[in-house]
Unconditional design. Sequence first.
Length: 491
Amino acid sequence: MLTVLLVDDEYIVLKGMEAMLLSQKNLELKIYSSNDSIDALKQIPLIMPDVIIADINMPELDGLSMIEKALEQNYHGRFIIVSGYEKVEYFKRAIQYQVADYLLKPINKEKLFARLHEIDQQKSQSYETLIFKLKMCMLQNKHAHDFHIDKSEFKKLFPKKYISLCTISGAEDRPEEEIEHMLSIYFDKFLCFYQDNQKIFLLNFDVYLDASKIHEIWNLNYKRQSWCIGVSSTQHVAQMSEDISNSMKSSLYHQALTDMVISALPLNNALESETRNHFEKTQNSFSDIIDASKNDRQFETYFQNLIQATSTLHAAHVKAFVEIAGYNLAIFGMNISPDIISNTYKAQLSKIVDYRSLQKLIRNILSNFWFYEPDFQLETTSYSEKIYQSMLYIQQQYAEDLSLDTVAQKVNLHPSYLSYMFKKETGMCFLQYLHYIRMKVACDLLINNPNLSIETISKQVGYRTSTYFYKSFKAQFGETPNQWRKKNLIK
């Protein structure tokens, strides 16, 4: 929609121009009008028009002088000047103020419509580019520094005083228009974009609301929905504009992901408070997780910093869980529910008995977060149809001599493309997932069939030799199949 402000001191001319614009059907216009240039200057910061169409000859303040003052007020829209006179000095001043067009009365409506259509296209292209750059900034993409958003562009997107970010997972079944209608009741302006299955809303408003109040708004309208909702802190638009124009970085998305994960965890009040306080004081970035995944030395640095920053092993696990879950959600945009977060957390927590078991757990979940517990799986709606078919086929045929080529042929994809998409959507390569399924079945057989030999189990789950099964099992669980069986049978 293109917002247009008409300024002319003659009422009949003003209404005639308004009727002319309303007669065209190719553009969606929102039209405001003023018969006084002084009044128009008061309206401009309130309605932020995309285009101002103004007469030159007006009492008190002529149209070109009005443009000059509007520019001094940091207005960044476009101007079209209308005049009954073709004067050189008018042309010179119009060029100086970068006026989009200079139209002589009587107005050629085809020319006016063509110019408005051109401005509308430029606005759409500029908007899409801005949203793309803003998304890169929010996701802390490493290429964000290749772009720039200046303060005037940011002001166009967010004209109100405050800004907050909400991220929602699990709302795919709810029409986008319904959510947007709800938001329009509470917020002056909002923008929406997506990160895979997550809906991300940037909320812009003039009356201060903190994160708890914004949560109340979501709960009031969607209390019974099993959605994961995260809300960032509320920030002054001017401060965020300063941060983005200087460094192309914003912590709001990271804050919202952190809030989303913490809100779904079954923590007591003290531990939740400690966790939230920690993340409020630390710099919001995924760089620590990325570095810790690279090699043993950097993992050890991450782990020692984790221990020193928290009061207990339990608190250290919560901090690591929130950070790594947030990283996985930012990169893969998985479709999750509060139950998925809670169950994954409980499954991990059950493995922690001392310092070394925590260290081992965190090393494992850095690369294998959502699949750490054999009995736990993501919702099938997290995956595309082809990847879900591939996973089902592996779960059914794990005992066979499976290869990537075989699975790719079954789902009609090129092996290289299947490998890429499988890793992207599940976080594991094909062989890791096959190994995960085989180990899950092996664990079931070890517990539920105590008389089965290890050699028989290894063959039933698809390993050619029991020796290789022994090595794989010990690498996964830190103990031999017999030791694992004995311990879990006692339990």
